[in-house]
Ligand binder design. Structure first.
Ligand SMILES: Cc1cc2nc3c(=O)[nH]c(=O)nc-3n(C[C@H](O)[C@H](O)[C@H](O)COP(=O)(O)OP(=O)(O)OC[C@H]3O[C@@H](n4cnc5c(N)ncnc54)[C@H](O)[C@@H]3O)c2cc1C
Length: 496
């Protein structure tokens, strides 16, 4: 019973922090959450300018059942708080030679699409089956188990089963091309790696499970804007009695030996607690809040190298571009070179693949009549030392406009009436992410085999981490699941 009265302090009100706070409050803990910004939701952020409502962060939700978990744990139905609607087609791919490919959830429709573009439908079907097997393995051995270490994934399996289950010996691009020989379709399928801001030429083949997670469970939008899900979680926290402090930056975690004892805030206040859950990313938290300089920080810095950042271009235009689906990709003519420039050379890319979101395709309420809201997001390297200059970012932005106009969005520059631009330095400042990464830590075969930091701190026995740099992050469904698994871990530890 004593555990039920323990006081948990949560640093950060992103989806990960809110999910953990809700889970712990539902289990009877007294929870206080400290968020440095005015709004909860972290990167799931929103901004309205002259009648155009922009989602500044995520625009795609997959695996909707994980979004329901915090509500279900509290005995509620998510549908009573927020509505998800399915988007079809899931993606539209545009290629420099004029080819377009739609990605459909329905297998028969997708086989017809494969035949239309000259790809082998049987090859596509075989890729989907491969992705299903990877996902089934990952779901059971990694996601649902809340695994933090490879030996936890191995539990109950032979080494052979585990190595086959995650296609251990391959990279993501090779896993795709074993099944799909049609180059544009293969490029589209390997770009599921977008969800973790990494490169298919460096990420483990296990990430080919992402295709199944979207094809089987659908791709979803929140009418009125994705931020509606953060609002729903904020309402849940209020109902569960979580005390939320907004504009409350945490500057340090107090310690005594291997125990954390409370928090210090930017306004000088000190707060005491029994447990701390940190939604600030692992590397900046150890460095800035705990003053770590030792081997653990260095090990985390290596294994949790930041994933890609982005040039986030939110546009309000005074017309409609009917050729756009809700989610589109304008592919680089040379994706290998593009990804090499970002992940190896750490340069701003010459010809990036552009992720282009036109949410007005599903929702008229977010723009003036007859107008589109368009987000353009090329991945780019995170904050560098020395940093890219304003002129370099501007030159990249002009290359992005050139590419979009060349590939069919005629006179785009002339139709833009609102332009909001975020660069990695903005993302770092807004959410305190490590070097402005937008998807937490990179997924890389040699660095981490896609594993992230464990939920339990390796240095402090009552400190836990949640979010995009923690297993099974990153991405919105994964950080929400992570929050629930942190609550499970705290319960399993007896609320230490
Ligand atoms: C442009 C963009 C597009 C994206 N697109 C998608 C997408 O389509 N689909 C998808 O699933 N994911 C997408 N992502 C990734 C997704 O947003 C993240 O994986 C996820 O939201 C991370 O949640 P989090 O809780 O880990 O961290 P965050 O959202 O970063 O939350 C951390 C919170 O902690 C607060 N904080 C940090 N330090 C302190 C401190 N010291 N004191 C107090 N508060 C603190 C921050 O202000 C922030 O609110 C995108 C991200 C961006 C930026």
């Amino acid at each position: 019973m004593e555990r039920r009265k323990q006081r948990v302090l949560v640093i950060g009100g992103g989806l990960g922090g809110m999910s953990a706070a809700a889970g712990l409050a539902a289990e009877g803990f007294a929870v206080e959450l400290f968020e440095k910004n005015t709004r909860l939701g972290g990167k799931l952020n929103t901004k309205t300018v002259r009648g155009y409502r922009f989602d500044l962060g995520p625009s795609i939700f997959i695996l909707p059942h994980y979004f329901r978990r915090p509500f279900e744990r509290a005995g509620r139905r998510m549908e009573d708080y927020v509505r998800f609607v399915e988007v079809a087609p899931q993606w539209r791919g545009f290629f420099e030679d004029g080819l377009t490919i739609d990605l459909h959830r329905d297998l028969a429709a997708m086989e017809r699409e494969a035949a239309r573009i000259g790809a082998d439908p049987a090859g596509y079907r075989s890729f989907v089956e491969y992705s299903r097997r990877l996902y089934a393995f990952a779901e059971e051995a990694y996601l649902e188990r809340g695994a933090d270490w490879f030996w936890e994934v191995l539990r109950g399996k032979t080494q052979r089963e585990a190595l086959a289950g995650i296609d251990w010996f391959r990279r993501m691009d090779r896993g795709v091309r074993r099944h799909v020989k049609h180059e544009p379709l293969a490029r589209m399928l390997e770009f599921f790696v977008k969800y973790v801001g990494s490169s298919p030429y460096r990420a483990p083949a296990l990430l080919n499970s992402l295709a199944w997670s979207q094809l089987a469970h659908g791709l979803w939008y929140v009418p009125g804007g994705m931020h509606g899900y953060a609002d729903a979680l904020a309402r849940l926290l209020e109902e569960l009695g979580v005390t939320v402090h907004r504009n409350a930056e945490v500057t340090a975690i107090d310690r005594a030996g291997r125990h954390v004892t409370g928090l210090r805030l930017a306004d000088g206040r000190r707060v005491r607690g029994d447990l701390v859950v940190c939604n600030m990313e692992v590397v900046p938290a150890y460095r800035r809040l705990l003053g770590e300089t030792g081997p653990l920080l260095r090990a985390h810095e290596y294994a949790l190298a930041p994933a890609a950042s982005g040039l986030v271009l939110d546009l309000g235009v005074d017309c409609r571009y009917p050729q756009l689906a809700h989610h589109n990709f304008f592919y680089s003519a040379d994706p290998r070179r593009f990804l090499h420039q970002i992940h190896v050379e750490h340069r701003l890319p010459d010809d990036p693949t552009l992720y282009v979101v036109c949410a007005t395709r599903s929702d008229d309420s977010i723009a003036p009549p007859g107008c589109d809201v368009i987000k353009v997001l090329p991945h780019i390297p995170c904050v560098q030392d020395p940093p890219f200059t304003a002129a370099e970012y501007e030159a990249l932005k002009q290359r992005v406009y050139d590419k979009l106009e060349r590939m069919g969005l005629r006179d785009l520059r002339r139709h833009v009436v609102v332009e909001d631009v975020l660069v990695p330095e903005d993302i770092q400042r807004m959410y305190f992410t490590h070097r402005g990464a937008i998807y937490g830590a990179v997924s890389d075969r040699t660095r981490n085999m896609a594993f992230k930091a464990p939920k339990r701190s390796l240095l402090y026995e009552n400190l836990y981490f949640v979010g995009g740099t923690v297993n099974p992050g990153p991405g919105t469904p994964m950080v929400v699941l992570c929050g629930q698994k942190v609550a499970d871990a705290i319960l399993a530890d007896g609320g230490r």
